[in-house]
Design a protein around this ligand. Structure first.
Ligand SMILES: Cc1cc2nc3c(=O)[nH]c(=O)nc-3n(C[C@H](O)[C@H](O)[C@H](O)COP(=O)(O)OP(=O)(O)OC[C@H]3O[C@@H](n4cnc5c(N)ncnc54)[C@H](O)[C@@H]3O)c2cc1C
Length: 246
């Protein structure tokens, strides 16, 4: 088996806009001439984004979803959950300034939408909201989507736009980090799911993803090929990696 992955290009880009979408979600727009060479073809594609390390020696990479990309302008939007000062990404986004320079490598992964699937079930926490919003935007008009999202509270909701019929159910974690309250698993358990025809995309806190994945595959009999899932972060763990989509 050839496991060699194609080399990924690294781009330098400058922060050109900083906008708080909600109390806990900050949109950072970066732009550069070099980014005009980037190709974003799938929703949910992400960039390994490098932030200054506390010791100042080597930048540290974390995964961030491409929420929007304007190729002609060479401008990319990344939406950051402001989860606190812990971690290089968390620290950086709280202190970001116009003109800061990031380096970004990618793009990676992304969700291939099955054009024949009638219904999509999109499940995630706040870290998955940028990907889910991009997937809803990319679904064909004849498709439909049920979206289950856990965010901290009602002020964290975002409008989802797309041509497909979609229905959003928003769950609120309150003081607990979004994705850790157990409500997403409960909501999936309570959902009617046609395991023969649905396609499921699932991401967020790792323990939640594992529990929901097991429920879908084992208790609901969802065929493995109909599920795309990834642990995007893990409570108490820095730079957690667990994904089945690469
Ligand atoms: C493919 C992919 C795409 C992703 N896209 C996005 C995205 O678009 N937007 C986004 O905000 N995140 C996204 N994430 C998640 C993000 O990469 C992680 O949250 C990452 O751990 C943040 O790095 P950090 O340096 O802030 O914290 P780390 O150094 O990794 O961790 C430090 C501490 O912070 C905690 N922590 C990390 N993330 C969170 C969180 N969200 N809530 C509460 N506590 C947390 C950890 O448990 C740890 O205790 C994505 C992850 C993957 C794998």
């Amino acid at each position: 088996m050839n496991t060699t992955k194609p080399p990924r290009t690294t781009y330098l880009a400058e922060v050109v806009q900083i906008r708080d979408l909600s109390p806990a979600m900050r949109r950072i727009s970066v732009a550069s001439h070099a980014l005009r060479a980037l190709r974003i073809e799938l929703p949910g594609q992400w960039m390994k984004t490098f932030f200054p390390a506390p010791d100042g020696v080597r930048p540290i990479g974390r995964a961030y979803t491409v929420r929007a990309f304007d190729q002609a302008a060479g401008q990319l939007d990344l939406d950051f959950v402001m989860h606190g000062d812990e971690g290089p990404a968390g620290h950086w986004v709280l202190n970001a300034r116009l003109g800061d320079v990031l380096s970004l490598a990618g793009p990676r992964a992304g969700y291939v939408i099955d054009p024949h699937a009638g219904n999509h079930l999109l499940i995630g926490d706040a870290t998955a909201l940028p990907a889910i919003a991009s997937i809803v935007q990319a679904l064909p008009p004849q498709a439909s989507a049920d979206v289950l999202l856990e965010v901290a509270g009602p002020r964290e909701r975002q409008e989802l736009h797309g041509a497909a019929r979609h229905r959003g159910t928003w769950l609120y974690s309150g003081a607990a980090p979004a994705g850790t309250s157990g409500q997403l698993l409960a909501a999936v358990r309570a959902s009617r799911i046609d395991a023969d025809s649905v396609r499921v995309w699932l991401a967020g806190e790792s323990a939640m993803v594992r529990a929901v994945r097991q429920h879908l595959l084992i208790e609901r009999g969802l065929p493995r090929a109909f599920l795309t899932s990834a642990g995007y972060w893990k409570l108490g763990d820095a730079d957690h990696r667990e994904r089945d989509e690469e």
